[in-house]
Write a protein that binds this ligand. Structure first.
Ligand code: FE2
Length: 365
């Protein structure tokens, strides 16, 4: 069987923000990203400033518009800081675009070549949920720092890396009733298959519920869980997101580490705030899991608030940050996997109760 839409991995994730300079500083000091490249008026880009951040194989781009009539400024005003582009590295950006559009994707950018002294980049893009896009990037013949137009940054204070290695998965929230539509989008257009399906009976608390489907590319390089709100007694966290983001969009990105204890310690010291886990969660965990196969110290996990889940294939350690902007929209998960390909379903209850405590504090429950 041939793969009609080969994806090599996440190439970059681009955020549209109100102030890219300060966002870059936050990801450097709090998350340990190096600021490796910049594009802006100094290099002939008139309408925007973009900072490229790198840690391990993770690449983020923070972009802000410079003038009120900018599309980027409009995006940031409507949605707050958020993800505009989940870009995939591909072997052929023209072919990826042709196949995607033939299978029903809405075009965003026709195949486009950019060149400089370091070679050429071919890119194209299609629309996805909300205002989010997927750019296809072929950088086979490019050796520069990021893309033409970007220059390596100078005089940057180097980051203290937090040990983050790669993007494990990117989760979106979509409107009530739209989960299947977007699951089909990834199945039909990208050839993804369904890895998991969680219904509202599995993911619910006394107050709120959600449903989730996880689509993946079959290799594990790309995993895209899709959440939709479900009927509950009170407003669900997904609805709260949709109210503030004003449309479907990226809810959280999971960043992998090989040593979650060190990573979380580092991030906590740098000021990153995580959801809190009650002590009772750890008491219950001692009995619920088979600890003979888990190489972790429960007291250390409890001290840092790290969650554990186990399935037939292994286990995973995970923790969730609070929102990283003023609106209760985008947040992060830090994850260390040991065989498990799951998403921590055993932790959903504890996690949602923690989210609801924060939602209640904001007056949105
Ligand atoms: Fe996740």
């Amino acid at each position: 069987m041939t793969d009609l839409m080969p994806l090599l991995g996440y190439d970059y994730i681009e955020f549209y923000v109100g102030n890219a300079r300060q966002a870059a500083h936050y990801y450097r000091t709090a998350y340990g990203f190096d600021v490796v490249a910049y594009a802006g008026p100094e290099h002939g880009v008139r309408d925007r400033c973009s900072y490229v951040l790198q840690q391990g194989n993770i690449r983020f781009v923070m972009t802000a518009g410079l003038l009120p009539d900018s599309e980027i400024v409009r995006h940031a005003a409507l949605h707050g800081d958020g993800v505009k582009d989940v870009a995939f590295a591909v072997p052929d950006a023209e072919e990826a675009f042709r196949v995607a559009v033939e299978r029903g994707a809405e075009p965003y950018l026709e195949p486009w070549v950019e060149e400089d002294e370091h070679g050429k980049i071919v890119k194209s893009a299609i629309k996805a949920y909300g205002e989010t896009i997927h750019t296809f990037v072929d950088r086979t013949n490019y050796s520069g720092v990021f893309m033409p137009g970007y220059k390596p940054t100078q005089h940057q204070v180097p980051a203290q890396p937090a040990g983050l290695t790669l993007v494990d998965h990117v989760v979106c929230n979509v409107d009530l009733g739209d989960m299947d539509k977007w699951a089909n989008y990834y199945a039909d257009i990208m050839g993804f298959t369904q890895l998991h399906h969680f219904n509202d009976e599995q993911i619910s608390t006394e107050f709120t519920a959600l449903m989730s489907k996880v689509l993946w590319d079959g290799t594990g390089r790309i995993k895209m869980p899709i959440n939709e709100p479900a009927e509950g007694k009170k407003k669900s966290q997904i609805e709260e997101y949709l109210d503030y983001y004003q449309t479907a969009g990226v809810q959280h990105m999971a960043l992998a580490t090989d040593d979650i204890v060190e990573t979380v310690r580092h991030m906590r010291q740098a000021g990153v705030r995580f959801l809190t886990t009650p002590r009772t969660y750890y008491d219950e965990l001692r009995d619920r899991l088979d600890w003979s196969t888990i190489d972790a110290n429960l007291d250390q996990l409890a001290e840092l608030g790290i969650l554990v889940d186990q399935d037939d294939e292994g286990y995973l350690l995970q923790i969730f940050t609070k929102s990283v902007q003023d609106r209760p929209t985008v947040f992060y998960e830090i994850i260390e996997r040991h065989g498990s390909r799951g998403f921590g379903i055993g932790n959903f209850q504890a996690l949602f109760e923690a989210i609801e405590r924060d939602q209640e504090a904001r007056g949105n429950l």
